[in-house]
Design a protein around this ligand. Structure first.
Ligand SMILES: NC(=O)c1ccc[n+]([C@@H]2O[C@H](COP(=O)([O-])OP(=O)(O)OC[C@H]3O[C@@H](n4cnc5c(N)ncnc54)[C@H](O)[C@@H]3O)[C@@H](O)[C@H]2O)c1
Length: 444
């Protein structure tokens, strides 16, 4: 038989096909790599095999064709890992009830990768975690395979049996302005050879790859980004409360300060932190540094302030109803937006769920609308499986005592909402520019 001279496509396995892994897998496939998309959730891999994308804000263009051409192979069969030249791990890294790192997903995945590890393979951890995880938790599990990847091995020494690196994921779900490949990709290996392999891998899809000196630097850089956001959001949330007491409009203050062409980045107050990253990741570092007899005061303080924000919103609802001679107990309240941020369908750690729970505990009758979340369902902490998004129309808006805007989805016509609702609590400054009585709209 005549041999073909066409080289086999580069094969990369992506483990965990969620908000991080799925867009990455599709990006590799679009770049011509053969992608093995692995997940333990068979319903996800089945939907992808059928060309259906279960995440609204992921660019799934060409998904059907990529599957048909064999460039994207969603599967729950991890044996195929043997075929991959590179493996990217994108599994969850939650915290426990005690806000301690839950590395169980990383550990389980590392064990699976170890079982099928091949000489020369590159393994990259993308899940956000504390500095040291790649070397201290992943490496020993991979080395149980019998293959070795010595930490800090000199680049002119013998090649490691396999390569291991960390590369933080910086995707911003719902952001239509910046494409995934435009976000510079940081890579740090446990040794220089691993950094170089990781650089070569991501160069296939990212415009800019930034090698750093170690996996620990790469791990810490991601935490710095998220802690920076958490602390600055907490700062502005605290200033909001101060401004409210002093009868100053915080939004106008930020707008004025943001005209400074250097040295100031605006952050905005809100109903509390949400999503899988900013409310969680800082606590990975807080936990780790306790092993070094240190505390992370900024992280703890920011956590304290941000965690209190849903309570302030609920108090603002109660106060606003009170000025109208109404009690929170028995009031009918419509929450707008339960996703944790604008134009996404992700409700993880969403402050809306906390606000709904607190309102319910104080005797209010709750309904919600979210064009991206038909049902909030049940999570580890909340059970709203009895609720469905109610239609947003004039009749409904008029029938509630109060509307609380928690997430300012683009689909919301704020002028219409203000026109028909008897009382609006605006946690996002979404009613700016709309002419309305201060007794009808409370910005908080
Ligand atoms: N969501 C974001 O915006 C974002 C941004 C940057 C970084 N991150 C980080 O990326 C990581 C993944 O987050 P995500 O938002 O994609 O989570 P996700 O929950 O959306 O996706 C994780 C996927 O992993 C799968 N999974 C769980 N255990 C598995 C296992 N043992 N083997 C294979 N698959 C498994 C789940 O079924 C799920 O499909 C986290 O560490 C997170 O902190 C997330």
């Amino acid at each position: 038989m005549k041999q073909s001279n066409t080289p086999e496509p580069f094969t990369v396995a992506v483990i965990g096909l969620g908000y991080v892994g799925l867009p990455l897998a599709l990006e590799f496939a679009r770049a011509g790599c053969r992608v093995l998309g692995l997940d333990i959730d068979a319903s996800k891999t089945r939907q992808l095999q059928e060309g259906h994308c279960y995440l609204q804000q992921v660019d799934a263009s060409g998904l059907k064709d990529l599957v048909k051409q064999g460039l994207f192979r969603p599967s729950t069969d991890f044996k195929c890992l043997r075929q991959a030249q590179a493996v990217a791990i994108c599994v969850p890294t939650p915290v426990t009830e005690a806000r301690e790192p839950d590395l169980s997903y990383i550990v389980e995945t590392s064990r699976t990768v170890s079982r099928y590890l091949e000489r020369g393979q590159l393994v990259v951890l993308e899940s956000t975690t504390y500095p040291g995880t790649t070397e201290e938790a992943v490496l020993p599990l991979l080395e149980e395979s019998g293959l070795q990847c010595p930490v800090n091995a000199a680049s002119d020494g013998p090649a490691p049996d396999f390569f291991l690196a960390f590369s933080p994921e910086r995707v911003d779900p719902g952001n239509k302005k910046i494409q995934l490949r435009e976000i510079p990709k940081i890579v740090g290996g446990v040794n220089p050879a691993s950094t170089e392999r990781a650089r070569q891998l991501y160069q296939r899809v990212f415009d800019t790859v930034i090698p750093v000196s170690s996996a620990r630097v790469a791990e810490m850089s991601k935490l710095l980004e998220n802690i920076y956001r958490s602390v600055n959001i907490a700062l502005v949330n605290e200033l909001k409360l101060i401004c409210q007491r002093m009868d100053i409009d915080i939004w106008e203050v930020i707008e004025a300060a943001a005209t400074k062409p250097f040295g100031f980045t605006p952050f905005y107050p809100g109903p509390g932190l949400g999503g899988h990253c900013i409310p969680i990741d800082p606590f990975y570092l807080a936990w780790k540094v306790r092993q070094y007899d240190m505390t992370t005061r900024f992280i703890e303080l920011a956590g304290e302030i941000n965690t209190a924000m849903p309570y302030h919103i609920v108090q603002a609802v109660a106060d606003a109803l009170n000025t109208r001679g109404q009690a929170l107990k028995g009031a009918r309240i419509l929450v707008l937006g339960v996703a944790y941020k604008k134009d996404v369908d992700d409700t993880r750690e969403s402050p809306a769920l906390k606000i709904m729970q607190l309102l319910q505990e104080r005797g209010a009758e709750i309904a919600y609308n979210d064009p991206h979340v038909p049902q909030p369902g049940r999570t580890r902490r909340y059970d709203f499986s009895h609720l469905k998004s109610v239609p947003l129309n004039e009749e409904n808006l008029k029938s509630f005592d109060c509307v609380v805007l928690v997430t300012d989805h683009s689909a919301y016509d704020m002028a219409e909402i203000v026109r028909h609702a008897p009382l609006v609590i605006d946690t996002r400054n979404a009613t700016r520019g709309i002419d309305c009585a201060s007794t009808k709209v409370v910005r908080c």
